[in-house]
Design a protein. Structure first.
Length: 137
């Protein structure tokens, strides 16, 4: 039996700031429907967005062959970040210092682009998700 959501409880929702499906605290309800939530990661408050529906939301694009190709919003952001990055792919090494815009070749996650760096960490956007990696910065 599934528990009914209630104010103060936890629910998965699409965070409009983080751009990810994350755990949220329910802060407002209308009748029996979740209305507003607070992200447990960034603390932003926003209207509830069903995580399952947002995950399924994809942009359709036509390829040259005429077949339909489905690309997620994250994949489109990854393509733009990689296209805008400068230089050659740098093999990932946690001791190496990276800069914003560098291309990273990771042995597990594949090709990514550095979006930000701070305090020996960096955020890298890969095709499947953004990840925080250790760097020598």
């Amino acid at each position: 039996m599934k528990k009914k959501p209630m104010a103060g409880g936890y629910i998965d929702s699409y965070c409009t700031r983080c751009k990810l499906n994350l755990g949220h605290t329910i802060i407002a309800m209308i009748d029996e429907k979740v209305a507003r939530v607070k992200c447990g990661t960034c603390g932003s408050q926003h209207n509830y967005k069903d995580a399952a529906k947002e995950k399924a939301r994809e942009v359709k694009m036509k390829s040259v062959s005429g077949t339909t190709v489905r690309k997620s919003a994250l994949e489109k952001r990854w393509e733009a970040a990689v296209a805008g990055a400068a230089g050659e792919d740098i093999p990932y090494d946690m001791k190496r210092a990276f800069s914003v815009g560098d291309l990273v070749a990771h042995s597990t996650f594949g090709r990514g682009a550095v979006r930000s760096t701070a305090q020996k960490k960096m955020i890298v956007i890969f095709k499947d998700q953004e990840r925080i990696l250790v760097s020598g910065n």
